[in-house]
Design a protein around this ligand. Sequence first.
Ligand code: HEM
Length: 401
Amino acid sequence: MTETTHRGCPVAHTDFTGTTPIYEHYRMLDQDREEARFLFNDTTERGFFMLQRYDDVREGFQQHENWTTAVRSALRPDVSGEPLLPQDLNGAEHVKLRRILNQFFAPAAVRRMEPMAQQRCIELIEEIQGVGSCDFVAEFAIRYPTDMFLALLGLPVSDGEQFLEWSDDYFSALLAGDPARAAAAKSSIMSYFDDAVNERRANPRDPKEDMVTRLVEARIDDVPLTQDEILTICLTLMLAGLDTTRSALGYIYAHLANNPADRQALIDDPALIPKAVEEFLRLYPLVFQAGREVQEPQRFEDLKLDTGDVVWLGVAQANRDPRKFENPDQFDLHRPNANQHLAFGGGPHRCLGMHLARLELKVVLEEWHKRIPEYRVAPGTELRERGVQLSMASLPLEWEV
Ligand code: HEM
């Protein structure tokens, strides 16, 4: 219930940072969206103005000149002190760096990764297929994007396990707002990347094929990227790509395990899988908000914004807005506008890795169901989700062998 107003905006106190039963965050987000078009949430030190409805959120992503990524998460404006690239850049500087990176994440470049993506996916499935059960999140959903990430950087997949430990530790410390633990995990990761980048400086590969070589050779306005910038880009890709893909897979498999008719539809007609991926991304967005910081006083519809205000762009609320998507809580394989979801954001900061993420999700759905068509959530399991950025710690699945 809202009780007061903040600069004319109703105030809400919903806490989106806790661990809850699965899907609870969507319920809270839907409730806030339907309560008022805009809300001011006072649960963080700085508070944030919430844009929650589809048209407002989409428009919000276009306000990039005045609303910058000086704050990236409305819920954790303080972790924005941790440098990330390209996120931290805005305007012309951002465009220049994106141009260098886009080459490796464009649809054609990602398509070239498909045979490798399939092969690694099959290997991982075959490791667990004969066992008849697994913790899908820990034994598959995080290992796969980690291996793909190492391959993208041209690093040995055999480093996956060690790397996973560091990255998991780092990410969870950041989300928990624990800077000391985050710093310790980060230093192991950075020294690993440092070795990899130095190796490429000594032994360059074809910059068209090898991302690290391209980063080493890249120039922006005739100036090479510094070692620190290159390491930060590697770290950013890790942070942005692993937890998100793991979480997306978790929600997709929780859905398919509990909805056998949807699973059967994909088995009967695998050509539907790309559509299913879009609908899953719409229905289960895990980056449920993006943050921005206002640089100059501005009026946005009814909102009176001041310099330094934090804005919340409600990705999940937009994706589940009944004004845009009919029966938004339902998984509909034939939804005509599913691909207009905002799960990858919008505007200049739209997800760099979205084509790679789509490929990974598609390949997993194809290869898994060829080998393990029937599965269920282990009886008695209570699925839970982490707030801030949705993720399940565990998804125990079982099947007959
Ligand atoms: C299902 C998986 C994924 C989801 C749902 C997702 C979601 C998002 C969203 C919502 C944003 C925009 C954030 C904002 O506007 O502040 C974003 C940005 C970004 N994503 Fe993803 N992402 C996914 C996978 C990936 C992968 C696999 C990579 C790379 C390996 C990646 C790299 C990035 C980068 C670098 C940015 C920042 C772009 C910029 O600021 O220019 N993402 N992602």
